[in-house]
Design a protein around this ligand. Structure first.
Ligand code: C2E
Ligand code: CA
Ligand code: CA
Ligand code: CA
Length: 277
């Protein structure tokens, strides 16, 4: 079986022509994956930079294809977004995050799990009710789940997105702006968003050691976030040099291979026992 890689093999046509044979089979395979237990929820820790304590987790989807092996989200999320399957994936991830949250709560582990959502979820006026139903089903509280939203998904339909975000925020659900710095939204817009957290895109963090202007962008983003009363998270921390830099710069928390790669949610309990010991 071919091993799917992040670069090279194209799992689907970039054109998203739903009538092409590749994409027809992609669509039916994705449907099978969602219905047939081929999706797996991975989690990656977000660590407080001043304390080195785990603060929360990000949920990241993986697809374990029966023949192609592991397929990373970059290979199917764009297709899912174009075709609407993304809403099924988001729903599955929200349920899975809630299910784990309930299990971990019984072990006295209370870490909010952030789920990534897309444009189609955001313009779905029923998203807040769907999330409420999940909280009830698993009997977990509002702080158990949070959402990560990219600037570009908000900008696709800002009016509808803002209405959904206001509802979610009214339900006390924490919201993060993901990939901050890569979109085109204006800063004036940022101040109107009911968000709690900014995530600095990893493209800046990965290069800040070498690139003086990336470092300045990172510092300015931390200051901007703090001035707006937001927590700032850096993603893509791969070594101690960058971790130390971010600590000096006042960044609140971080995510990256230096602390932990994403792991299957089923491995989290052993991970946290080691981390805390
Ligand atoms: P993202 O939300 O920006 O997630 C961060 C990505 O950076 C993850 O890739 C993560 O594994 C990777 N990463 C974490 N630490 C490091 C590091 O130190 N160095 C480097 N080089 N990379 C690091 P992943 O899991 O492959 O996900 C890629 C993207 O796919 C995500 O970017 C997100 O946009 C999307 N995605 C993943 N899961 C979901 C999902 O359940 N729903 C939706 N809508 N999108 C998802
Ligand atoms: Ca994210
Ligand atoms: Ca990100
Ligand atoms: Ca991203």
């Amino acid at each position: 079986a071919a091993k799917a890689s992040r670069v090279g093999t194209t799992v689907f046509d970039k054109s998203y022509d739903i009538n092409s044979s590749t994409n027809l089979s992609m669509a039916s395979e994705l449907k099978n994956a969602i219905a047939g237990n081929q999706l797996i929820m991975y989690v990656q820790p977000k660590i407080g930079i001043a304390t080195s304590k785990l603060t929360s987790l990000e949920a990241l989807v993986r697809w374990k294809h029966p023949e192609k092996g592991f397929i990373f989200p970059d290979q199917f999320i764009p297709f899912a977004e174009q075709t609407g399957y993304i809403q099924l994936i988001s729903q599955w991830m929200l349920n899975e995050a809630a299910r784990y949250s309930q299990i971990w709560n019984t072990m006295n582990l209370h870490y909010p799990i952030a789920v990534n959502i897309s444009t189609r979820d955001l313009i779905d006026q029923e998203l807040p009710e769907k999330i409420n139903a999940i909280f009830k089903t698993y009997n977990i509280d509002d702080s158990s789940l949070s959402l990560e939203i990219t600037e570009s998904s908000i900008m696709d339909d800002p009016v509808r997105a803002l209405a959904t975000l206001d509802k979610l925020s009214g339900m006390n659900i924490k919201l993060s702006i993901d990939d901050f710095g890569t979109g085109y939204s204006s800063l004036a817009y940022l101040k109107r968003l009911p968000v709690n957290e900014l995530k600095i895109d990893k493209s800046f963090i990965l290069k800040m050691e070498q690139d003086e202007s990336d470092k300045k962008i990172v510092q300015s983003t931390i200051d901007l976030g703090h001035n707006l009363g937001l927590k700032v998270v850096a993603e893509g921390i791969e070594n101690q040099v960058v971790w130390d830099l971010l600590r000096k710069m006042g960044c609140d928390s971080g995510q990256g291979y230096y602390m932990s790669k994403p792991m299957p949610a089923s491995d989290f309990v052993s991970w946290i026992n080691l981390w805390d010991s």
